[in-house]
Design a protein around this ligand. Structure first.
Ligand code: S3P
Ligand code: PEP
Length: 426
């Protein structure tokens, strides 16, 4: 959904988005493109339209506001900063909550090489950028996060290119997220660079594709979210039966790999064209490499807590700069539910349950709240999650979905108000 918002901003066509997201991160992305002049209209609960003239005159648009707020979304700030830098006036880029402490020093190093002046607060927010960004051959480090590359790919595709340019990437992590970026770019008619084994991405000389004549409207359907869906699948494996629809099995999303983990744990899982069915079954410890799908750690720990034996998950070093330091947070919060989580360099060892009822804290991290709630389904008593509303960052319907599946959940938050501020009058 966030990528679709960015691509719609860069489109000269009227964009129809089907199945739009409405999480806080989606609201942040919609707020950003509105600050950059886009008009977003709700057609019905399943459809919105976006109209933007950003590419025809980015400077004129940004001079009106000169500030964008990325909320708490890492993807939004890292994707939209290079895009905002296409403008030739100063823009303030800010955010809130955990985003304020997450590393952005990548931009201090890279943007000046592309003709953009930048001021940050020692590599953190707020950022002030002044472009216009001019694509050039550059080499970047992809080991901290793929999100910076996502932003550069979108911005390069939107800029006029007088000659071929190459982004060279060292040690790219979270590769499937780049596949998703390229997939969205393709579906929106942006120039898709030649990807040479995730080491170089080469754009050919071209005007932005979006300036070419196209049909008046472009329709894009947002895929079901495997990252949120992973919690439901694990919930079904622990306390099923459940049937999950809407997760595309041909998706490039990284977190589709949850299926491999469920199979490795001997979960009761069956798939057909209609969806995925989970039955509660005795499960056994498994080994899994989550280096390129780091968001799976929280549901994997909930799964492993319900397996017999010690599960080993690789990729802990990827977790340090998420909404919380997720390796440590998982260790501490699952520890309260009687689950031993040992951290050993890049490896996490999760000792299977039983899971105990306890009072835990989301640490303001959506995936920690959802992991604790999922593990609670088989706990020997109630699990109380403080700051449980953290889920609204990515999956505001999560507790409602658990309730629909028969779990007892008290609490919750109404989301329409924030959304209504985003949509324009029809
Ligand atoms: O591009 C994206 O949508 C994301 C990429 C991943 O980040 P990293 O590339 O930093 O691992 C993932 O953890 C994050 O939640 C979302
Ligand atoms: C959505 C997430 O992160 P980010 O803020 O990095 O986009 C996440 O970690 O699940």
């Amino acid at each position: 959904m966030q990528r679709a918002c960015a691509a719609a901003l860069l489109s000269t066509q009227k964009v129809v988005i089907k199945n739009p997201g409405h999480s806080n991160d989606d609201i942040a992305a919609m707020g950003i493109i509105r600050s950059l002049g886009a008009t977003i209209t709700e057609v019905d609960r399943e459809t919105i339209t976006i109209e933007s003239s950003f590419l025809s005159d980015p400077a004129a648009i940004v001079s009106k506001e000169a500030a964008v707020n990325c909320g708490e979304s890492g993807l939004s700030i890292r994707m939209f900063t290079p895009i905002v830098s296409l403008c030739n006036n100063e823009v303030l880029i800010n955010g809130e909550g955990s985003l304020v402490t997450r590393p952005m020093d990548f931009f201090d190093e890279i943007l000046p090489q592309l003709g953009v002046s930048i001021a940050s607060s020692n590599g953190k927010l707020p950022l002030k950028v002044n472009g216009p960004l001019q694509p050039k051959n550059i080499t970047i480090d992809g080991s901290l996060s793929s999100q910076f590359l996502t932003g550069l790919l979108m911005a390069f595709a939107a800029a006029p290119l007088t000659e071929a340019v190459t982004i060279r990437v060292n040690d790219l992590k979270s590769r499937p997220y780049i596949d998703l970026t390229l997939d969205v770019m393709k579906k929106f008619g942006l120039q898709v660079p030649e990807n040479n084994n995730y080491e170089t991405f080469t754009f050919t000389a071209a005007q932005p594709e979006t300036l070419n004549l196209k049909p008046e409207t472009l329709t894009y359907t947002v895929e079901g979210d495997w990252s949120g869906g992973a919690f439901l699948l694990v919930a079904g494996a622990i306390a099923g039966d459940i049937h999950v629809r809407g997760l595309q099995q041909t998706s490039t999303q990284a977190d589709k790999k949850i299926l491999e983990a469920l199979m490795a744990a001997n979960a009761g899982i069956a798939m057909d064209a209609k969806g995925i069915t989970l039955h509660a079954a005795p499960m056994t410890a498994f080994e899994f490499d989550a280096t390129d799908c780091p968001d799976l750690f929280p549901p994997l720990v909930a799964l492993a807590a319900n397996c017999t034996g010690v599960t080993v998950i690789k990729g802990v070093s990827r977790l340090a700069h998420k909404e919380s330091d997720r390796g440590l947070t998982l260790q501490e919060e699952f520890g309260k539910m009687g689950i031993r989580v040992a951290l050993d360099g890049d490896l996490m060892r999760v000792h299977g349950g039983p899971v105990k009822g306890a009072q835990v804290h989301s640490r303001h991290d959506h995936r920690i709240a959802m992991a604790c709630a999922t593990a609670a389904l088989k706990a020997d008593g109630p699990v109380t999650i403080e700051e449980a509303e953290a889920i609204n960052k990515s999956y505001p319907d999560f507790y409602d979905h658990l309730k629909e599946l028969g779990a007892t959940v008290t609490g919750g938050l109404e989301y329409r108000d924030a959304l209504n501020e985003i949509y324009s009058e029809k």
